[in-house]
Design a protein around this ligand. Structure first.
Ligand code: ADP
Ligand code: MG
Length: 243
């Protein structure tokens, strides 16, 4: 199990996250929903220390990290066991799809090049992009770029995959292929924490849904409970904005 406890973060005296805790079972897909500006990205970024939270703990495989005071080595360990998929893909522009996927394996995990290449090709095959491996990001569609980013993240064998609005920068006709790729990764047993505004997708993929507002968890439950029987006016209002 992965346990994220008591994450708080203020920017310029404004409390963006107020003691948010989430436990995630192995293989679970937890979806985080909520209005924009409510702290969802800050929460994900705090988990793998792209952001430095004021308080917070991360427990993975029985080891507990103090996120507010992580050493350099601990930061590296945390980044090795988590991987992030960003809204804007964040591929290296001057590297091919294959080189993008190989990069983390060779640089972070020190995997020998031939082995990294084999693994990267396997991951690209899994996302349906093996024949695009020698293409540069600018010659790939947004959907293809995001699938490369997912292949890159999965190649690291993360204990927790963090996905921050992975389809919201895509043209509408590209959303489905990326959602399918994420669904395949979920079915393969990857543990995920997903931020998404695609309620149909959340409903179909999540084992649990958490509604965050103003830096606090307002409600959480199964997709059936959250979408079928919301308890708070705030969640009802939020959901009605998608109708
Ligand atoms: P969400 O992902 O739910 O839209 P964010 O986590 O991106 O929300 O942002 C939450 C709040 O924190 C917003 O008010 C945003 O402006 C603020 N914020 C996020 N990052 C920073 C930062 N680096 N510096 C200052 N304010 C920030
Ligand atoms: Mg965000």
């Amino acid at each position: 199990m992965i346990s994220i406890r008591n994450i708080s973060k203020s920017f310029n005296g404004h409390k963006v996250l107020d003691g948010v805790s989430v436990d995630i079972e192995d293989g679970e897909v937890v979806a985080l929903i909520g209005p924009s500006g409510t702290g969802k990205s800050t929460f994900l970024r705090s988990i793998n220390l792209l952001e430095h939270p004021d308080t917070g703990e991360l427990e993975i495989d029985g080891k507990t990290y103090d996120l507010a005071h992580a050493s350099k080595d601990e930061t590296l360990e945390i980044r090795r066991s988590t991987a992030m998929v960003f809204q804007q893909f964040n591929l290296l522009r001057n590297r091919t799809a294959l080189q993008n996927v190989m990069e983390g394996l060779t640089v972070v995990k020190h995997v020998p090049k031939a082995q990294a290449r084999e693994r990267a090709l396997r991951e690209l095959r899994n996302v349906g992009l093996e024949e695009w491996s020698d293409h540069y990001p600018q010659h790939l569609s947004g959907g293809q770029q995001q699938r490369v980013a997912i292949a890159r993240a999965l190649s690291m064998d993360p204990r927790l995959l963090l996905l921050d609005e992975p389809t919201s920068a895509l043209d509408p006709e590209r959303v489905n292929e990326v959602q399918r790729t994420i669904a395949v990764a979920a079915a393969a047993g990857n543990t995920m924490l997903l931020v998404s505004h695609e309620m149909g997708f959340v409903r179909s993929i999540a084992s649990r849904v958490i509604f965050l507002e103003d830096g606090r968890i307002v409600e959480q439950g199964s997709p059936e409970e959250i979408f079928g029987n919301p308890h708070t006016d705030r969640l009802r209002d939020f959901l009605s904005s998608f109708e």
